[in-house]
Design a protein around this ligand. Structure first.
Ligand code: FAD
Ligand code: NAI
Length: 472
């Protein structure tokens, strides 16, 4: 008999959620995760809780308070004197948030009777996993009826700019700076570049974003991306498009980045450099090749729509498989796989995964944007409502941005909702529910939204789809 019904390899939002759901369904479950904190203690929650979603949002929150205190308090009549940032205190707060939440996962495991095994797991034939503990003193092999691989992802390292852990860093390094850099360079205009670039820029670093592509936020609706670019540039972020990295040189004090654009080669001198050029799946040393676990051309574990791999009883979820690298996508796949193992027939609706970029203001969307709908040859109507015409936005002093709703011309079914503005991350939830229930823009237009709230901008954008907004 196998040691467990299910072994989950990896304790991130994919893995730990899968393990809890398995346990809820009565399956004897173990979760193997190698991660330890700076004191060598096991730290569940994966990238997301330890060095991803949570610490980045903690720093974004601090940088937002700092920015507000400096630039917006005076308009409210709040006088503070000089506002300064204590980076050490900010970092301690961030670590406390991480500690609380990672400790919370350990408690949840104990409550649900999930066995947590600390160590590095390597897949063996016939659903066995060999585990080497952090101190490498102990090696054990466990077996299970089912295995869920949730080993996550790692930052891509560029040959031109190898990480040194101090001055040329990945996201983990940029989350842990001990001082505000005078000049920060960021390679990559994706989500991490924007979020962490914005943290340090708002705390006072002169920040330059080198974006390889010709378009800013290429996968975001063009109207929204244009507004974001304008606002961020006005706030002081130096965004350079079409900037191809040529070389990076380090001297005792400076980092010189050479890049090329349409006008030739340029040099940028910075004190610290964040390289945020994407992430790659952790499949290199999990024993995939030895047991014949199939990978796709980019190194992700190949899975079908139900996260089944080519090996019977072996599933894979989260960042280590195709699809967006998002915590909520990983978690939802974890739930679905657990339920499938327990004999249910769940489905993950990939078409309604919300995307959020947690800058200020935030950018959030679900479904397709105008450019994608045009490319798909779909006839659609668009309703846009600016926060500048929303009462609550004025009361809060957050009038930047807009809500944009796209619906199919013939049926009025909502095909995409795009929000740029304060609390967009929370507002997008309404749009996700609407799309899950196949709502029309008219449905949203007929729903009563509390006044005064930012959500009224969604209501008005839905009215605007039919050309009848009230407040503009
Ligand atoms: P992971 O979270 O990567 O967890 C995998 C775990 O498995 C890790 O703990 C790893 O150490 C462990 N592991 C790997 N190999 C082995 C092995 N062989 N043996 C034992 N253990 C192993 N997503 C969002 O949705 N919202 C956000 O706001 C957001 N912010 C982010 C900010 C940053 C800076 C970063 C880097 C990422 C962010 N993400 C965000 C992405 C999110 O963190 C990932 O999509 C998510 O963590 C993926 O979950 P996962 O369970 O697949 O893998
Ligand atoms: P990304 O894929 O969002 O952006 C990578 C950027 O780097 C792109 O602009 C790309 O053009 C550029 N790039 C790639 N190779 C390059 C090269 N050789 N030279 C110069 N530029 C290069 O990846 P990012 O920002 O590293 O984030 C990784 C993942 O983490 C994202 O896919 C995202 O899913 C997840 N994440 C999600 C967050 C959220 O949901 N709010 C926050 C942070 C990360």
């Amino acid at each position: 008999m196998a040691d467990f019904d299910v072994i989950v390899l990896g304790g991130g939002p994919g893995g730990y959620v899968a393990a809890i759901r398995c346990a809820q369904l009565g399956l004897k479950t173990a979760c193997i995760d190698e991660r330890v904190d700076d004191k060598g203690k096991p730290s569940l929650g994966g990238v997301c809780l330890n060095v991803g979603c949570i610490p980045s949002k903690a720093l974004l929150e601090t940088s937002h308070h700092f920015y507000r205190a400096r630039h917006e308090f005076p308009a409210h009549g709040i006088r503070t004197g000089e506002v300064r940032i204590d980076v050490d205190a900010m970092q301690q707060r961030k670590q406390q948030v991480v500690k609380t939440l990672t400790g919370g996962i350990a408690l949840l495991f104990a409550k649900h009777k999930v066995t947590h095994i600390q160590g590095r797991g390597c897949l063996q034939a016939r659903r066995h996993v060999r585990v080497t503990a952090a101190d490498a003193a102990d090696e054990q092999t466990y077996s299970a009826e089912h295995i869920i691989v949730a080993t996550g992802s790692t930052p891509v390292e560029l040959a031109e700019a190898p990480f040194d852990g101090e001055r040329i860093v990945d996201s983990t390094g940029a989350l842990a700076f001990d001082a505000v850099p005078k000049r920060l360079g960021v390679i990559g205009g994706g989500v991490i570049g924007l979020e962490l670039g914005s943290v340090w820029s708002r705390l006072g670093a002169k920040t330059t974003l080198l974006v390889r592509g010709a378009q800013f936020l290429a996968n975001v609706d063009r109207q929204i991306a244009g507004a974001v670019q304008q606002d961020m540039t006005a706030e002081g972020l130096d965004i350079r498009l079409g900037a191809k990295l040529v070389a990076v040189k380090k001297s005792a004090k400076l980092i010189t980045v050479t890049y090329a654009d349409g006008d030739g080669e340029h040099k940028l001198q910075v004190d610290r450099l964040l390289v945020a050029a994407g992430r790659r799946p952790n499949t290199g040393d999990i024993g995939a090749e030895d047991i014949g676990l199939k990978l796709d051309g980019r190194g992700f574990i190949a899975v079908d729509g139900a996260c089944r791999t080519n090996l019977p009883g072996v599933y894979a979820i989260g960042d280590v498989v195709r699809g967006p690298m998002l915590a909520h996508k990983a978690a939802e796949e974890g739930v679905a796989v657990a339920e499938r193992i327990a004999g249910q027939q769940p489905e993950v609706n990939y078409a309604t995964i919300p995307f959020v970029i947690y800058t200020w203001p935030e950018i959030a969307w679900v479904g397709r944007n105008s450019e994608q709908l045009r490319a798909d040859g779909i006839d659609f109507r668009s309703g846009v409502f600016p926060f500048l015409a929303n009462g609550r936005a004025h009361a809060a002093g957050d009038t930047q941005g807009m809500v944009k709703i796209l619906s199919e011309a013939r049926t009025d079914r909502i095909l995409g909702v795009h929000i740029y503005g304060a609390n967009a991350s929370e507002l997008i939830g309404e749009a996700v529910v609407a799309m899950e229930f196949s709502a029309s823009a008219e449905d949203l237009a007929r729903i009563i939204h509390a006044h005064p709230t930012l959500s009224e901008a969604i209501h008005e954008a839905a009215l605007a789809v039919d050309g009848r907004p009230i407040h503009i």
